[in-house]
Design a protein around this ligand. Structure first.
Ligand code: ATP
Ligand code: MG
Length: 582
């Protein structure tokens, strides 16, 4: 199903000149070496992400600019300039040195979005450590699996979360030190292997010689979202910052005057690539809001901080849609100039709603933990083709390959989405899973595991994850297309689509839907949704069965877990559920 393009004049505020003015020319001229030259680097060709994000600005007027506007769960606020962050992260680096932590050691954080987590991650990079941020809602086992997998030596956590860590500490022999942040100084007695963040920071020096890391030294481990199976430890090198910087500049279009807000948690790759390194390496002020999702709170944050560029995710947008446009109208959101989205396919309905609610379009972009930075995107200077992820980033070559991942397919044909290996933020390994890593490459292509098509103009259209594509009556049906059609029905808030076995058709389409407030499940509504789907979709793609659920199972990063819908439907084991949102 195709929709009319949305012209850029309609939905992009051209109040500033975009950083990327001409896509075709940008592609022709693009050289990663030129981007490297925009960064500082070290004299010997080395690079350190934290240096590029923070310290290099200290020689410039950006030094006194606010890097971080922080708002806590309970409304408390703090501001940190680039200089503040430089000093504090230096201090934390010295704390680590004092504890005997060395280059290459794994340093993890497990906490809410509080400044200390950001400071710890930067400090960890400054000593050449390999940082691993974990999401605070993880249970003890999820933390144990990840710390155990990569033998983390240090964990930074909070007094509030320390109880979860105590349950697993005996199973983590490599974990030497647990640094406890105690905001608000609640009564807390330090236990085995535990030290106080505040006490150590008070004694540490602001002065530091940053470790002169090589661009290929490991810097970050991110565990994937676990949407399709057990999360993998994706490893990135310091030169990933070249990708963070370039894409934050040309895709998110970050400009000196912007106040930027990325709603993702650093526990997921979006929250570091674009919640830490992308904006700060560009010297941009950003907002971090510790609180969770609530439509009214989110709009209040935009209004209060005069947010100009907002980067979020389809699942959040669908929740905003559910809350309705009346809430939007209560706030002054005129500061917004550019909206972007990542993480899941962005249903055209969500774009149309954004246009109505904000007078701006969400610009979809596609990437993965493995790719480290945005690979395919809609840019401010281009019309949006609703349902398309956009075009490959200049400097990135994307293509569609046949089922054997050997031959390139012509425009319009569906196949494996692949990327020409070698961009700076490409992952360097899966921790402890080198064989799996090697198996993801063929003939110089990285095989993403997603299926898509490309049109004549180089726009990519997501079909589904290779694991989720449904084989019915001789046709391959991607869940995205069906889900997008279903969420256009006025009663449907969210839809998750799977294939279930069928003796005749091999598989048939089954849809799980959750309803918007004010609608109740009924046979009549089910018939109406089926009828609606028949008008929108090819006959084989129409759901044969629809089941109403109060909500869909999702990862904590907000992705619909189709594999869980399927396992539950077929009575199969659920597999790893460490990232399941409760
Ligand atoms: P796992 O690899 O553990 O199953 P995951 O793939 O969900 O988890 P991430 O790296 O966080 O982990 O997500 C990347 C995936 O998210 C992509 O491969 C793709 O399937 C999906 N995705 C991200 N952005 C988009 C987008 N704009 N449109 C469609 N799908 C997207
Ligand atoms: Mg994946």
């Amino acid at each position: 199903m195709k929709y009319d393009p949305i012209t850029k004049e309609d939905v992009t505020k051209m109040s500033v000149t975009p950083n990327l003015l001409n896509y075709k020319k940008a592609r022709e001229d693009f050289r990663w070496e030129d981007i490297v030259r925009e960064l500082d680097g070290f004299d010997d060709g080395g690079l350190n992400i934290a240096y590029e994000a923070i310290d290099r600005h200290i020689k410039t007027p950006i030094k006194n600019k606010v890097a971080l506007y922080w708002e806590g769960k309970d409304g408390e606020t703090e501001e940190y300039t680039f200089l503040d962050l430089q000093r504090l992260s230096n201090r934390f680096a010295n704390v680590l040195k004092g504890l005997g932590v060395r280059k290459g050691d794994r340093i993890f954080t497990f906490g809410d979005r509080i400044p200390e987590i950001y400071i710890s991650l930067l400090g960890g990079l400054k000593i050449g450590g390999v940082i691993g941020p974990l999401f605070s809602a993880f249970g003890p086992d999820a933390v144990k699996d990840r710390l155990g997998d990569c033998e983390a030596r240090v964990l930074v956590t909070t007094a509030k979360l320390a109880g979860k860590v105590k349950e697993i500490v005996e199973d983590l022999p490599a974990l030497e030190t647990i640094i406890i942040v105690n905001r608000g100084n609640v009564p807390y007695e330090l236990g085995n292997r535990e030290v106080s963040y505040e006490a150590l920071m008070n004694q540490a020096s602001d002065a530091l010689d940053i470790e002169k890391t090589d661009k290929e030294d490991y810097a970050i481990i991110h565990y994937t979202s676990g949407t399709t199976g057990k999360p993998k430890g994706v490893v990135h090198a310091h030169q990933a910052v070249v990708g963070h910087y370039a894409t934050a500049k040309y895709v998110l279009d970050l400009q000196p005057e912007d106040i930027y807000w990325c709603t993702a948690d650093p526990g997921w790759v979006t929250g570091t690539s674009y919640g830490i390194f992308g904006p700060w390496s560009n010297g941009i002020s950003q907002v971090v809001y510790e609180g969770g999702f609530r439509a009214s709170n989110w709009y209040r944050v935009i209004e209060k901080y005069r947010v100009t560029v907002w980067y979020s995710a389809p699942t959040a947008i669908r929740m905003l849609m559910k809350a309705g446009t009346e809430v939007v109208e209560k706030y002054d959101l005129a500061s917004l100039r550019y909206l972007a989205s990542v993480g899941e396919p962005l249903n055209p309905e969500a774009i149309f709603w954004g246009n109505k609610a904000f007078g701006l379009s969400f610009h979809d972009n596609w990437w993965q933990t493995e790719t480290g930075c945005i690979q395919i995107a809609n840019y401010p200077v281009q019309d949006i083709r609703p349902g398309s992820m956009g075009r490959s980033f200049p400097g990135v070559t994307a293509a569609i390959l046949d089922d054997k991942c050997e031959k390139e397919l012509p425009p319009g044909e569906e196949g494996h989405l692949v990327l020409r290996a070698g961009w700076p933020s490409m992952f360097r390994t899966y921790w402890n899973k080198q064989e799996l890593y090697d198996s993801m490459f063929n003939n110089g292509w990285y095989i993403t595991g997603d299926r898509a098509t490309m049109d004549m103009d180089g726009y990519f259209w997501f079909v589904g994850r290779a694991d989720d594509v449904i084989n019915t009556a001789g046709h391959l049906v991607g869940p995205f297309e069906v889900e997008s059609a279903l969420v256009e029905h006025p009663a449907v808030a969210e839809a998750g689509v799977i294939g279930i076995p069928d003796p005749l058709a091999m598989e048939v389409v089954k849809a799980f839907v959750s309803l918007k407030d004010g609608y109740e499940p009924s046979d009549e509504l089910m018939r109406d949704i089926k009828k609606f789907a028949r008008k929108k979709l090819h006959a084989v793609a129409c759901p044969r069965k629809i089941e109403f659920l109060p909500g869909l199972p999702k990862t904590k990063s907000g992705k619909i877990m189709r594999r869980l819908l399927k396992a539950r439907e077929l009575g199969l084991p659920e597999g790893d559920t460490s990232t399941l949102e409760e």
